[in-house]
Design a protein around this ligand. Structure first.
Ligand SMILES: Cc1cc2nc3c(=O)[nH]c(=O)nc-3n(C[C@H](O)[C@H](O)[C@H](O)COP(=O)(O)OP(=O)(O)OC[C@H]3O[C@@H](n4cnc5c(N)ncnc54)[C@H](O)[C@@H]3O)c2cc1C
Length: 384
């Protein structure tokens, strides 16, 4: 078994680190967070240096990249500029769905812009009454005449929709008996008449806006459909596993940043006449944190390797998402503990990582839904 990364991967990571130190130093990320601003400047810098084209077909100006490489990018982003890592990870599913299912015209229109630094296409699944049970969504799309779709409904938690040019919108045919075979996917320009978007205040992700979206008699041309009518659920699920893994990788970077802050502080902070790092209870925490970081990283390496080798990862990816998003939050929470009162102050980045990483156990499928995916699959193996 060879744990070494390729020379290209090493180079990519070190050039990304340099870019972020230059374009997105911690003070700037903190300032954007405080102002609730989208990180336009670092995002454009990523585009200008080819990072946003990774994984996109060369035909549209991208550069082929495997899942592991995209995870490594998310990991570095997560460490130096977590909100940028989140935006990068969120873009993965919509980009892949568009590449896989959209028409040539849609691909040419959307992918080129993303590579040049437009925000990713937002994803509109969740609705006030349909969260974990996404199949309960009610937003409708009705073909009027033969040329125009008319869309009505409401989305919630639609991240990036107020900065994005498009939403990849999930709708449901209320007449379809099986909801999973009655959903369709649309590419909705956010400036279409009848679309109203309101950002929602939230605990973390202040540079990554999350919104409610109202859709009142929104008219779209027939060509706005992505893929096939009533095949939206299958299309959506095709790339959910990759998105979950890449977002998890960004949490590993965030945990490492918190761990490094905590270890540095433990060496500097003096109490009872000595650095707190001399106390074994602090050392125990640091060792446990380091073990979790090692495990989290190995976990995503393995699942990415499985994906890159076209192996099924149905329960494996859910277990990895569950473990990594929980363990990364635990590491950050322990870092906050090691920093004592300072860890709770807005002046230190630990509080931001703590607020930002917590939601990773909710978005993209909650902890409980990950258990629901993995549990039955594990049991199946032992059924006679
Ligand atoms: C910051 C943020 C960004 C988001 N971005 C997007 C986005 O861009 N696009 C989008 O479409 N959605 C987005 N979401 C929505 C996210 O996917 C949902 O919040 C998530 O799927 C959970 O749905 P819910 O919030 O409605 O909770 P609910 O589904 O109402 O769940 C409430 C609680 O019940 C538990 N629960 C539910 N069902 C079961 C079950 N069967 N077994 C055991 N426990 C269960 C859940 O785990 C949870 O603990 C975002 C959410 C947040 C917070």
């Amino acid at each position: 078994m060879d744990f070494r990364l390729t020379e290209e991967q090493e180079l990519l990571m070190s050039s990304l680190k340099e870019l972020l130190e230059r374009e997105a130093p911690e003070s700037y990320i903190a300032e954007l967070d405080e102002k609730h601003e989208f990180p336009w400047k670092p995002w454009k810098a990523l585009a200008d240096n080819g990072f946003l084209g990774l994984g996109i077909d060369e035909k549209y100006g991208g550069t082929p990249a495997d899942v592991l490489t995209q995870c490594l990018v998310a990991d570095v982003l997560g460490k130096y500029a977590f909100p940028v890592g989140v935006i990068y990870g969120l873009g993965v599913i919509t980009i892949r769905d568009i590449e896989q299912f959209a028409s040539d015209e849609q691909k040419a229109r959307v992918l080129g812009g993303i590579i040049k630094g437009e925000p990713p296409v937002a994803l509109g699944i969740s609705e006030p009454q349909a969260g974990s049970d996404a199949a309960g969504l009610k937003t409708s799309a009705v073909l009027e005449g033969d040329e125009e779709w008319v869309i009505n409904g409401q989305k919630i938690y639609c991240t990036l929709s107020n900065v994005a040019k498009y939403i990849l919108l999930m709708t449901r045919d209320s007449k379809a008996e099986n909801p999973y075979k009655g959903m369709s996917m649309f590419l909705l320009p956010t400036d279409t008449k009848g679309v109203r978007i309101n950002p929602l205040p939230k605990v973390g992700w202040w540079s990554v806006p999350t919104c409610e979206v109202f859709l009142d008699d929104v008219r779209l041309p027939k060509s706005a459909l992505v893929g096939t009518v009533n095949n939206g659920w299958m299309q959506l699920m095709a790339n959910f596993e990759i998105e979950r893994l890449i977002l998890s990788a960004s949490c590993v970077g965030a945990a490492e940043a918190a761990y490094e802050d905590a270890a540095t502080y433990a060496n500097q902070r003096v109490q009872f006449g000595q650095p707190i790092g001399n106390f074994q209870m602090i050392q125990e925490k640091l060792v446990d944190m380091a073990i979790k970081i090692e495990n989290m990283r190995n976990y995503y390496y393995k699942i990415a390797w499985m994906m890159d080798n076209k192996m099924p990862v149905r329960h494996e990816h859910a277990m990895a998402k569950l473990y990594i998003t929980q363990a990364s939050f635990e590491v950050i929470d322990d870092a906050m503990q090691i920093l004592g009162g300072m860890g709770y102050m807005m002046a230190h980045r630990i509080q931001r990582l703590w607020r930002d990483v917590r939601v990773m156990r909710i978005g993209g499928g909650t902890d409980q839904i990950m258990y629901n995916i993995a549990g039955p699959q594990l049991l199946k193996k032992f059924k006679k």
